[in-house]
Design a protein around this ligand. Structure first.
Ligand SMILES: [Zn+2]
Length: 195
């Protein structure tokens, strides 16, 4: 009787272990599946600006992902060719290379703030140039070895729009030159301070 009861206990604890293993594998499987199907709703940490152009602390936001046909519909042919097709506008031809108003520049594709006019300088290259982004979180850079050159491409952190290239021959304080395409950006003029 005593032996029988011990065998029963042993069997039921083994069943419990099997059940736990089974449930754990179900949960693990579900999480793997959820991660795989979450590819298009990835989030990214970026900084927005308030109505006065002040940069706010970094916050999580969804990445902007659109089918190619939608980008074509919302952009001009030139904007599409540059921002989605990694093109480059001709020097001295973009609308912002000699633009000096106070404010900030946002992404043509997703409106994320990218560069402040206070970081803009005249590089003499014919492209709008900045020594720093408005927030380091808002742009990402990738090595770009196309056209026989070793450069670093600048992309919008939220929608992966091509913005331009960054070089290490810029002025102080960073020594960097973010060389932008005007066609990848929209300008937001700084509102006059309220009296
Ligand atoms: Zn963008």
């Amino acid at each position: 009787m005593f032996i029988g009861s011990s065998a029963m206990t042993h069997r039921s604890s083994r069943n419990t272990v099997n059940l736990i293993v089974f449930l754990a594998s179900l949960i693990w499987g579900f999480e793997t599946f959820a991660a795989a199907t979450n590819m298009n709703s990835k989030t990214v940490s970026v900084c927005f600006v308030n109505d006065h152009g002040d940069v706010l602390p970094a916050a999580q936001t969804n990445k902007v992902v659109k089918p190619d046909a939608e980008w074509r519909k919302m952009l001009t042919a030139e904007q599409y060719q540059i921002a989605r097709g990694k093109g480059t506008e001709r020097a001295f031809c973009g609308i912002f290379h000699d633009h000096k108003k106070p404010g900030h520049y946002t992404c043509i594709c997703c409106d994320l703030p990218l560069f402040s006019a206070s970081a803009k300088f005249d590089s003499g290259t014919g492209w709008p140039s900045f020594f720093a982004p408005i927030a380091k979180e808002n742009v990402v850079t990738h090595a770009d070895n196309s056209h026989g050159m070793r450069r670093f491409e600048i992309l919008c952190a939220r929608c992966d729009a091509h913005l331009g290239h960054v070089f290490n021959d810029g002025p102080k304080p960073t020594g960097l030159r973010y060389c932008l395409n005007s066609a990848s950006m929209v300008f937001k003029e700084k509102k006059a301070a309220q009296k």
